[in-house]
Design a protein around this ligand. Structure first.
Ligand SMILES: Nc1ncnc2c1ncn2[C@@H]1O[C@H](COP(=O)(O)OP(=O)(O)O)[C@@H](O)[C@H]1O
Ligand SMILES: [Mg+2]
Length: 296
């Protein structure tokens, strides 16, 4: 049983009200490991006894269907025309990757992407959950804005690699979420150091320690540093995140500790934060919604 307290009240956005804590995983840059962190954190929280859902909100470049081993799965639509999330590794997940098979590219404008994200919230039959992890696309664009407008997000985890070009964008990410009143749960430094498996040499390919320093100057918690490890990448490509595939590995332990820190902070935030923060203005409605095979 989870000890997370329910933060919803009458004034709260009426979306995902059956979910106690909504945690987004975001970054300024692409390719820094958001999806890896999102999948492993979701699995780690589930392993610790929480009920967890996962939304892959990267519509252009979904990953979770691969990272959770759910390629070529067609979600079921129930008689109420709600999409049933797919259950795997103890999670309930939805990804645009479930609906686009093969190498098809998505060529959509921002509003259509925002609408698809909204469908992931409104047209999916989400069960009662302790955590909803939202794997975000990179940057500070449409989906980030939709997220903050459509949901009362408990907090955001910002993933970055330690080198200056990634940190610069991570800072923009932190500032953007602050602007839209989403608490920052902390920074994760990914690909922090590489231990050569043949000679044991430690190499800081993308530098090292940058995210920890940045978290101090930004006054946000530091959630941990993950090494660059082939096993982490292989586990993701094979569809079983490393926390499940090799729970005793050093990387898995870091993810499990990170999950504890996030749980502590989310629990504190849900208890202490005002129950009814002012909601941002609603999204514009679209006169002609996009048509696609997913629409029901
Ligand atoms: N710590 C790590 N060690 C090794 N490979 C990693 C690590 N973190 C991420 N990767 C790999 O790097 C690639 C990009 O990661 P991903 O999680 O998809 O990033 P993002 O979602 O930010 O674009 C993936 O192939 C992933 O398996
Ligand atoms: Mg991703």
């Amino acid at each position: 049983m989870s000890d997370i307290h329910d933060h919803h009240s009458d004034n709260t956005a009426k979306r995902l009200t059956q979910v106690k804590a909504i945690v987004a995983v975001a970054s300024g840059k692409g390719g820094v490991g958001k999806s890896t962190v999102a999948a492993n954190l979701a699995c780690a929280l589930a392993q610790k006894g929480h009920k967890v859902g996962l939304i892959d909100a990267d519509i252009y470049g979904p990953s979770q269907h691969i990272m959770l081993g759910l390629t070529n799965q067609d979600p079921v639509i129930n008689p109420d025309k709600k999409i049933i999330p797919i259950h795997k590794h103890g999670l309930d997940a939805i990804s645009f990757g479930f609906f686009v098979h093969g190498d098809e590219a998505i060529v959509w404008r921002g509003p259509m992407i925002a609408r698809m994200f909204q469908q992931f919230l409104d047209d999916v039959k989400w069960p009662e959950l302790d955590y909803m992890i939202v794997d975000m696309p990179p940057g500070t664009g449409d989906i980030q804005l939709s997220l903050s407008q459509l949901l009362q997000v408990t907090g955001v985890v910002i993933v970055t690699t330690p080198q200056d070009v990634a940190l610069a964008d991570a800072v923009k990410g932190v500032n953007m979420f602050r602007k839209v009143n989403v608490p920052v749960l902390g920074l994760v430094e990914n690909m922090s150091v590489f231990h050569c498996p043949s000679c044991g040499h430690e190499s800081a390919i993308f530098s090292r320690g940058g995210a920890q320093k940045k978290s101090e100057s930004l006054d946000v918690p530091f959630l941990g540093a993950l090494p660059l490890e082939e096993a982490t990448r292989i586990a993701s490509d094979e569809g079983t995140p490393i926390v499940l595939k090799d729970p005793k590995s050093p990387q898995a332990k870091i993810f499990l500790e990170m999950a504890d820190k996030i749980h502590d902070r989310a629990t504190t935030l849900l208890k202490s934060r005002p129950l009814t923060p002012p909601l941002p203005p609603p999204l514009p409605s679209f006169a002609k919604p996009p048509t696609n095979e997913f629409e029901v």
